[in-house]
Structure formats: structure tokens, C-alpha cells
Design a protein around this ligand. Structure first.
Ligand SMILES: NC(=O)c1ccc[n+]([C@@H]2O[C@H](COP(=O)([O-])OP(=O)(O)OC[C@H]3O[C@@H](n4cnc5c(N)ncnc54)[C@H](O)[C@@H]3O)[C@@H](O)[C@H]2O)c1
Length: 301
């Protein structure tokens, strides 16, 4: 496996993934509707294209060993407010699977999410426990759509499809209003910060662990099942993460608690034994990842 197309290459995960894949010797072609975030992006080639304009994809050479499909509207709350964005995810996913089929590309890796597990009482959660019954939001449904395409295209067209489920990835390149970037910006400015859901707890995953896990999946492709969790193993309350960051930054921000927002999963811890059997493991504790993230945001964002 040498030549890889990464959709969503200008996003948080895509940016670091393309850099690291190129260090590892892969030939990486990026595709995104936005320009790359950095010039040192590891890309052999870049195509700026909105996947909703399906007809334009025909101009792209289909000579790839693998497509990693990251491109998506990736903020849960935005899709609650505007479910049309979930439909866009389904359309772009269909477009990418069709690109793979028509060009006889042998493999596709679909970026899914822990959202497909919903809220479950027994933690940590292993791969077999996802179900459409747990869908809490249009975002989650758009991921379930993509996951079902992995099975459908494998069955009907014999495409070697896999899916990985990320969880709360944070760290450099994320300039969005997700929890960690927003928290650090607020703490830096000593501004008030609201946490939606007092007990909300997640497996936060530092960007380098997310990317090393993704590359490990690519390297160990033939030995792994179709569904793989890539995350940290721990579970942190958002409240505790916020208090820790506040102490680290010496901020005087007031942290308050609001109601959990509709559509948001509030209880998750990943079981990552499947990927760990290949010799991979996350390297960063939440404290270490937060420290590195704070340093990056104070310098760059
Ligand atoms: N970051 C996380 O915590 C997390 C957790 C679970 C799953 N995921 C999934 O992993 C993937 C990558 O996440 P991310 O954090 O890098 O997201 P991101 O929002 O930072 O990046 C997504 C990229 O996709 C691009 N994109 C979206 N729609 C497009 C379209 N129609 N055509 C072309 N480009 C398009 C955007 O421009 C953006 O650069 C997404 O599929 C996301 O749903 C992320």
C-alpha cells in the first residue's frame, strides 16, 4: 500500500495524518474544499474540491491503493441545528465510495465516530456494540450511513472497506469551537466558560495518538477486522479537564455548568484492545496532551 488519497486533508486530523503518512514514506494526495493549513503538509498533490460537486471528481486520477475518507461536517451540534449537513455527509460519502468503485481502488477507510455507540451503561465499549438504535443525532446517523456503506460495498463490490471510530480528538490544527480549543481560548482571555453536562465524560484522544493509531491500522490492515476503535483508554469528565486546564494556565475564568445539549452523547469510554493487539497504544495522558495543546494554541491560534 503506497499511494493514498486523504479526503478532508485540511482538517484537524487530516492535516497531521498527511504529514505523518508522508514521513512514513507513503505518497499522499490530499483533497479538501479548504486550502491546507500549512505549507509543510506532506502532500505530494492537493486537489481543492467540494465533494458535493460530484461531477468534478471525474477529473481526479483514480490511481490509489487506499482512500481515507475523513471529509465531513464534523460538529455534532451544527448538525442538530441544521440536519441538511448530515445529508451532505451522506452524499459526500456516497460520492467517495462510488469514486473508489468506479476506479477499482481496492481499499477504503471510513472515519466514523464513537457517536454510533450512543450512551451505554457498561463501559468501556468494544467495537461490536454499535447500533442504529443508539443514534442520538443527525451526525451520528450520517456516520451509521457511512458504516453501512462499508458493509454494502464489501458485500456487493468486494471492496476492502474498514471503519475507525475516533473519540474527542484534540490538539494542534483544531482551530474550531470544539471543547478543547474553545476552553483554552476562554481560559487565556480569563473569559467565562460553560460546560454543557456536569457528568459528561469522554475518552479524549490527543492528535498524535489518533494519527499513530490510524497509521497503525493502515500498516496492519490485513490482520484487522472491519471495525476498529482508535482512542485513548481513559475517561475524563469535561469538568475535570476544564479545571485541570484552568490550573495549568493560571486562569481566573469562571467555569459554570449548563444542561447537556440535545443530541450530545454524555458517557463514553473506548475499549481499544483490537488495535492494541497489533502493538499500538496511546502514548499521551490527558494531562500531557493538554499541556502540549495549550503550548500550541498560545503560540499559534
Ligand atoms: N475530531 C474528532 O474528535 C472526531 C471524532 C469522531 C469522528 N471524527 C471524524 O473524523 C473526520 C475528521 O475529523 P476532523 O476533526 O479532522 O474534522 P474537521 O472539521 O477538522 O475536518 C473536516 C475536513 O473536511 C472538509 N470537508 C467537509 N465537507 C467537505 C466536502 N463536501 N468536500 C470537501 N471537503 C470537505 C472540511 O473542509 C475540513 O477540512 C470527520 O469525518 C469526523 O466526523 C472526528
Amino acid at each position: 500500500m503506497k499511494k493514498i488519497l486523504v479526503t478532508g486533508s485540511s482538517g484537524t486530523i487530516g492535516t497531521e495524518l498527511c504529514i505523518q503518512l508522508s514521513y512514513e514514506g507513503y505518497e499522499v494526495h490530499g483533497l479538501d474544499r479548504k486550502l491546507p493549513q500549512t505549507e509543510q503538509n506532506g502532500l505530494e498533490k492537493f486537489t481543492q474540491l467540494d465533494l458535493l460537486e460530484r461531477e468534478k471528481l471525474g477529473a481526479l486520477s483514480g490511481d490509489f491503493d487506499l482512500v481515507i475518507h475523513l471529509a465531513a461536517n464534523a460538529r455534532v451540534h451544527n448538525l442538530v441545528v441544521n440536519p441538511d449537513l448530515a445529508l451532505e455527509n451522506a452524499i459526500t460519502t456516497h460520492t467517495v465510495f462510488e469514486f473508489v468503485r468506479k476506479n477499482k481502488i481496492p481499499r477504503i477507510l471510513f472515519a466514523s465516530s464513537r457517536e454510533v455507540y450512543g450512551n451505554q451503561d457498561t463501559l468501556p465499549i468494544e467495537e461490536g456494540r454499535a447500533s442504529q438504535r443508539f443514534s442520538q443525532s443527525p451526525y451520528s446517523s450520517s456516520k451509521i450511513f457511512g458504516e453501512s456503506y462499508c458493509y454494502a460495498y464489501k458485500t456487493v463490490y468486494d471492496i476492502d472497506a474498514k471503519l475507525l471510530r475516533y473519540s474527542n480528538v484534540y490538539g494542534r490544527w483544531d482551530i474550531s469551537d470544539r471543547f478543547v480549543p474553545k476552553l483554552i481560548r476562554s481560559l487565556r482571555d480569563n473569559a467565562p466558560f460553560i460546560i454543557y453536562g456536569e457528568e459528561k465524560s469522554m475518552s479524549f484522544t490527543y492528535i498524535d495518538d489518533c494519527v499513530s493509531g490510524t497509521i497503525q491500522l493502515v500498516r496492519s490492515w490485513d490482520t484487522l477486522p472491519m471495525e476498529v476503535n482508535v482512542a485513548s483508554e481513559t475517561k475524563d469528565r469535561l469538568v475535570d479537564v476544564a479545571e485541570l486546564a484552568k490550573r495549568m494556565m493560571g486562569s481566573s475564568s469562571e467555569i459554570t455548568i449548563g444542561e447537556n445539549l440535545p443530541g450530545e452523547v454524555w458517557n463514553y469510554q473506548a475499549n481499544i484492545d483490537v488495535l492494541k493487539k497489533t502493538g499500538w497504544g496511546p502514548k499521551f495522558t490527558t494531562e500531557e496532551g493538554l499541556k502540549l495543546s495549550i503550548d500550541w494554541y498560545l503560540k499559534n491560534a
